[in-house]
Write a protein that binds this ligand. Structure first.
Ligand SMILES: *[C@@H]1O[C@H](CO)[C@@H](O)[C@H](O)[C@H]1NC(C)=O
Ligand SMILES: *[C@@H]1O[C@H](CO)[C@@H](O)[C@H](O)[C@H]1NC(C)=O
Length: 428
């Protein structure tokens, strides 16, 4: 077979190659692509942020505990209760008149209970050795999990030196497998968020972030007109009170009551029957209600053009994109990043995702299932009496054995959770 292939006209092959390259150049521009092959450490700068208070975590260069290919490595957070900050530089570019695609894969091998899995694009000049939580960024994108309430995809855009959260809720993946997150920003100010090449959210920068003041506002001068009738129902003017209606007494003497046999008028006074509610009595008369023919609906102030609104045709533009960074706080480590891409071509990004995550996902799932089986067997061996013990049961046992210690532990965790939420808030 090989010798036959070699017999193909070499100039024909060259032509194909040249055409192929031309096509590739015209269709996709890759500003940054990192598959974490050999040499990645020369491209990435580990920050000194948090080093002096010994809370800077180490990255582990690994394919992880379960994977589709042991040689396909990424970088994984490896220490609990640590801050992580690392970044890489690429030739500065502007996304003006271009689509911007920001994509990466992330796998939370730990059962992540609180921690980020997002990445950032930074602009201008950044001292990468000092890159940290306070470094200004242009875009922050990716999953964030904390407790039961936060399980979402962040898409924070910096505009006019203010960070703006997306207003739509985009749920993230919560399992322990690799997923690909893609953010696409187009020159028509629309965006899409994809997970595993499936679109999860799309819309406009104008409506889904508060980057600019609203286009229309309620006219602050407008007042409800005096004659505006906003009563939906009115008493029927045709309805009349029946003759003698007001003469019906509220109570009547009980017709069933009888003067007791031993009643003595002289001693007991004149006997009168006790009263009971009158079944004929219907309360004060009210005309029945009818639909108001003059009803105009609830009054609303008319919308007018907002004088504060000034459109910005470059709303989507980041003129000096230059770095990609990861800056995280993790309570439990084990988050693995791989296949980072900054490009102008959603099709290229899709293909890259298919060639990496898509190619390995079934094998990774099988390896994960195998690892889970092994873990369960190990647990059963350690605890033969209660072989079905779930993690939760073990925790209960620990709580009973030493409840003080357990209290302290959960308290710490809550504090840390709160700290992590603060961490994200600080970003805003
Ligand atoms: C790095 O990851 C591998 C695979 O999960 C693991 O065996 C190894 O112990 C990790 N190393 C560190 C320093 O965490
Ligand atoms: C930018 O922010 C400043 C200060 O908050 C504000 O005065 C200005 O109007 C903003 N400009 C735009 C275009 O939003």
């Amino acid at each position: 077979m090989a010798s036959q292939q070699r017999r193909i006209n070499p100039s024909f092959l060259f032509l194909c190659l040249a055409l192929g390259l031309l096509f590739a150049c015209a269709s996709a521009k890759v500003f940054f692509e990192e598959r974490f092959d050999d040499g990645w450490e020369k491209r990435w700068v580990k920050s000194d942020w948090k080093k002096e208070d010994n809370t800077a975590g180490e990255w582990n260069y690994t394919a992880g505990k379960w994977h589709g290919d042991p040689n396909d490595k990424g970088i994984q957070t490896s220490e609990d209760y640590r801050f992580y900050a690392i970044s890489a530089e690429f030739p500065e570019f502007s996304n003006k008149d271009k689509t911007l695609v920001f994509q990466f894969s992330v796998k939370h091998e730990q059962k992540l209970d609180c921690g980020g899995g997002y990445m950032k694009l930074l602009s201008g000049d950044v001292d990468q050795k000092k890159f940290g939580g306070d470094s200004p960024y242009s875009i922050m994108f990716g999953p964030d999990i904390c407790g039961y309430t936060t399980k979402k995809v962040h898409a924070i855009l910096n505009y006019n030196e203010t960070n703006h959260l997306i207003k739509k809720d985009v749920p993230c993946e919560t399992d322990q497998l690799t997923h690909v997150y893609t953010f696409i920003l187009r020159p028509d100010a629309t965006y899409s968020i994809l997970i595993d090449n499936v679109e999860k959210q799309t819309g406009s920068l104008y409506s889904d972030w508060d980057l600019l003041p609203p286009k229309k506002i309620k006219d602050p001068e407008a007042k409800k007109p005096e004659d505006w009738d906003d009563k939906e129902y009115i008493p029927d003017p045709e309805d009349k009170k029946p003759e003698g209606y007001d003469d019906i007494p509220k109570e009547i003497p009980d017709p069933d009551a009888k003067k007791p046999e031993d009643w003595d008028d002289e001693e007991d006074g004149e006997w009168t029957a006790p009263t009971i509610p009158n079944p004929e009595y219907k309360g004060p008369w009210k005309a029945k209600k009818i639909k108001n023919p003059n009803y105009k609906g609830k009054w609303k102030a008319p919308l007018i053009d907002n004088p504060e609104f000034k459109d910005d045709a470059d709303l989507y533009v980041y003129p000096n994109l230059k770095y990609v960074g990861i800056e995280l706080w993790q309570v439990k480590s084990g988050t693995l990043f791989d296949n980072v891409l900054v490009s102008d071509d959603p099709e290229y990004a899709k293909k890259l995702a298919e060639e990496t995550w898509g190619k390995h996902k079934d094998a990774e799932k099988a390896a994960f299932d195998e690892a889970e089986k092994k873990r369960e067997e190990e647990e059963a061996k350690d605890d033969p009496v209660d072989s079905d013990a779930e993690e939760g049961d073990d925790d209960d046992a620990a709580d009973e054995a030493d409840s003080d210690d357990a209290d302290t532990k959960s308290e710490t965790k809550e504090d840390v959770t709160a700290a992590a939420e603060e961490n994200v808030k600080d970003e805003l």
